[in-house]
Write a protein that binds this ligand. Sequence first.
Ligand SMILES: Nc1ncnc2c1ncn2[C@@H]1O[C@H](COP(=O)(O)OP(=O)(O)OP(=O)(O)O)[C@@H](O)[C@H]1O
Length: 179
Amino acid sequence: MAQIIFLHGASSSGKSTIARELQARIERPFWHISIDHLRDSGVLPLSRFRSGEFAWAESRKAFFDGFHASLVAYADTGNNLILEHILDTPGWLETLSGSFAQHDVFFVAVHCPLELLIERESARGDRPLGSAKRDYETIHLGKTYDLELNSTDGVNASVEKVLKAWRRAERCSSFSHGS
Ligand SMILES: Nc1ncnc2c1ncn2[C@@H]1O[C@H](COP(=O)(O)OP(=O)(O)OP(=O)(O)O)[C@@H](O)[C@H]1O
């Protein structure tokens, strides 16, 4: 059984920042995995999607289905994962919950006030404007978490909370059996 710590929050909420620090401090080896890594490593022909030569809408489903299947493969082969992801499409939660049934999933909400999300998104300049607000308004609906963080608490305090709660090994989230 693999350990999966799933950080779920809006774009710019601070998932990657927490994931990096968590990976540096947790007592076992964990992968830090995100679609950001695929995107930033040049896997996709991004410039041709951006120019309109290729239609992202036609490739999106296969991309994410492949990403989700790869996560399951990593976990099934014994790799612990710090996963940061945004469940913004109907069916993804159910698919991943079913696929991860044999694994220990610790599901963590990363909250951030809307004004701060918009400020961060604008300062970064590398995310589509408006995605943080759209995520903020939708992605947490209908989800039950093992732990809820607020980015305003700071990275160190957030990582401490994750470690403490994860080590307790009590699970009650949307990924728990029977929920
Ligand atoms: N606790 C924090 N305090 C101050 N700034 C933060 C904090 N957490 C993250 N940031 C800043 O906010 C921006 C977004 O952070 P990060 O990349 O961790 O978010 P994310 O949720 O992974 O975003 P995305 O889903 O778009 O990849 C970065 O510029 C980061 O430095």
